[in-house]
Design a protein around this ligand. Structure first.
Ligand code: DQA
Length: 146
């Protein structure tokens, strides 16, 4: 089983950006945690981050025929990007949405998730653990079929 993990804008600034919201651990720490979890599950993993909407759309499209499932934290594009929603619908593969913070308890403009409309599950507010929960969920649901 291969899972593509996609992270959107400003997540490369983890550890620096708003530590009261996102914690002190860095993006490198996050990648290490995801990689270790994938290794433990015996899942092949690719981790991608971009600050650009089109690059995120390109990466989602590239999963078609290459990956079996997607974990995505579209960051700010969660709340604005119909293009990312359409890309997830286009590739039509199991997808799980992750947010480090609990977006449901934040500002009104964070209450809509376009990407979430194409995801079968959302983990929000669990910090970095949400990514591991997403991998475990996808492995449990789809891993044995690979
Ligand atoms: C985020 C939440 C978004 O609202 C925000 O724009 C981010 C990060 C999270 O992981 O909590 O950049 O997706």
């Amino acid at each position: 089983m291969k899972i593509l993990v996609i992270n959107g804008p400003n997540l490369n600034m983890l550890g620096i950006r708003e530590p009261d919201v996102y914690g002190h651990d860095t993006y490198e720490d996050l990648v290490r945690m995801i990689t270790d979890a994938a290794l433990g599950l015996g899942v092949e993993i690719e981790v991608f981050q971009s600050n650009h909407e089109g690059a995120l759309v390109d990466k989602i499209q590239s999963a078609y025929g290459d990956a079996d499932a997607i974990v995505i934290n579209p960051a700010a594009y969660t709340h604005t990007s119909v293009a990312i929603l359409d890309a997830l619908k286009a590739v039509s593969m199991p997808a799980v949405e992750v947010h480090i913070s609990n977006v449901s308890e934040r500002e009104a403009f964070r209450q809509i998730s376009y990407a979430g409309m194409a995801c079968e599950k959302t983990y929000a507010g669990y910090g970095f653990d949400g990514y591991v929960m997403a991998l475990e969920y996808l492995f449990k649901e789809y891993g044995d079929k690979k």
